[in-house]
Design a protein. Structure first.
Length: 386
């Protein structure tokens, strides 16, 4: 094997211009594969942080629900402590629109509701300070490090969807604590602040919430409670859509459309083009080396060995370009993950990518390998030197 690699490498460098363009095609194809695989997984994959001990309730047709729904949900059998929690999630940014944030305005008990099993990690004293300050905010440690925020800092957060009564969209918040997640893959751009601060200061939408969270008593089926909630508000002015984070996520993406199918169609077209380019390049390379193959056969090389050599060249070419393409995709996905925490390129997608490289290399090298194997020695030696 070690004796063959220098020969393969020298054949790669025979025509550097052709090698460059072929590698560009392969790198582009697998970079696109990696990015589309990450997007497709985000659109169809389960919510990795969803649990079955809480039900989320949201509006079926709008972005808000009347505050009165909180009390009605709280009164339903199966709701733990007889109390539903609530919040409003709004897109925001810090100083520049590129500095996207995910602040969630929540009620007093919300932090306990979403953390039944120690999902959040924070300092108890800092949490008490946050609870005591209506303008206080808990920020993820990653955000605090990124922007240099310290405890006690007053930070201006612009929320385009929340106009204040004074005409401004900038909401000053005081950093009272930081937190992080036990699972480092979970969202890093979240902030928790007080619903009371938002509701008292906004010019419109008062008395409404963005979603309701019902913690369940042990043994309660989340699907049954979700169905009960939707039944209560059926045919009302604000019908609800309820379920676990996972089920709501899947339902939403079903309505958006089959993103995975679109991604696969794009990939199919790209890979077809790549195989045509690579196959054409390999055939041209084979034609230029016909005399060399004849010499190798005359020296005693078996036809099967020469065919294997051609196949190895094709596969190595795919692996070289494909691994570079996947590396580029990983970098892009890593950058995109800062804005969309569900965007990830997992081991399964990477392994599938490597398998695709090998399969594509074998497929594109198949025809040149068969031609090399069947090539008569005399005809090969009589071919014109190139």
């Amino acid at each position: 094997m070690m004796n063959v690699l220098p020969l393969v490498w020298s054949n790669f460098l025979r025509n550097r211009a052709r090698l460059t363009f072929t590698l560009i095609a392969v790198i582009s194809a697998f970079a696109l594969y990696g990015m589309l695989a990450a997007i497709g997984e985000a659109f169809v994959g389960a919510n990795r942080f969803s649990t079955n001990d809480r039900v989320f309730i949201q509006s079926k047709a709008s972005d808000s629900l009347p505050f009165s729904y909180v009390e009605r949900v709280s009164a339903l059998p199966g709701v733990r402590f007889g109390r539903a929690d609530y919040g409003v999630g709004l897109g925001a940014y810090y100083r520049d629109e590129r500095n996207f944030l995910g602040p969630v305005a929540v009620n007093y008990y919300f932090s306990y509701a979403v953390d039944p099993s120690g999902r959040f990690v924070w300092d108890p004293e800092q949490f008490k300070a946050y609870e005591a300050d209506r303008t206080g905010v808990l920020v993820n440690q990653a955000l605090a490090l990124q922007y240099g925020w310290k405890i006690g800092d007053v930070i201006p957060i612009t929320i385009p969807g929340a106009l204040r009564t004074d005409g401004s969209r900038v909401w000053p918040m005081t950093v009272r604590g930081t937190f992080h997640y036990h699972n480092p893959e979970e969202a890093t751009r979240q902030m928790l602040w007080h619903y009371e601060y938002l509701d008292a200061g906004r010019a419109s939408g008062r008395g409404t919430v963005g979603f309701i969270v019902a913690m369940l008593k042990p043994g309660v089926d989340p699907a049954q409670l979700a169905g009960k909630v939707d039944e209560v508000f059926m045919n009302s002015a604000n019908e609800t859509e309820s379920g676990t984070q996972d089920s709501l996520r899947r339902d939403y993406f079903k309505r958006v459309g089959n993103i995975t199918l679109v991604a696969n169609v794009i990939l199919l077209a790209v890979f077809a083009s790549m195989m045509l380019v690579t196959g054409s390049s390999l055939l041209q390379n084979f034609t230029e080396r016909t005399r060399e193959f004849g010499v190798l056969k005359a020296l005693g090389y078996a036809s099967s060995r020469i065919a294997a050599l051609v196949m190895l060249e094709s596969t190595m070419l795919m692996l070289l370009g494909g691994l570079l393409g996947l590396a580029i995709a990983c970098g892009v996905v890593l950058l995109g993950n800062r804005q969309w925490s569900d965007l990830r390129l997992g081991p399964e997608q990477l392994l599938l990518g490597v398998l695709l490289m090998i399969a594509t290399g074998v497929f594109t090298g198949l025809v040149p390998a068969i031609r090399a194997q069947r090539l008569p020695v005399v005809a090969a030696l009589r071919s014109a030197r190139r």
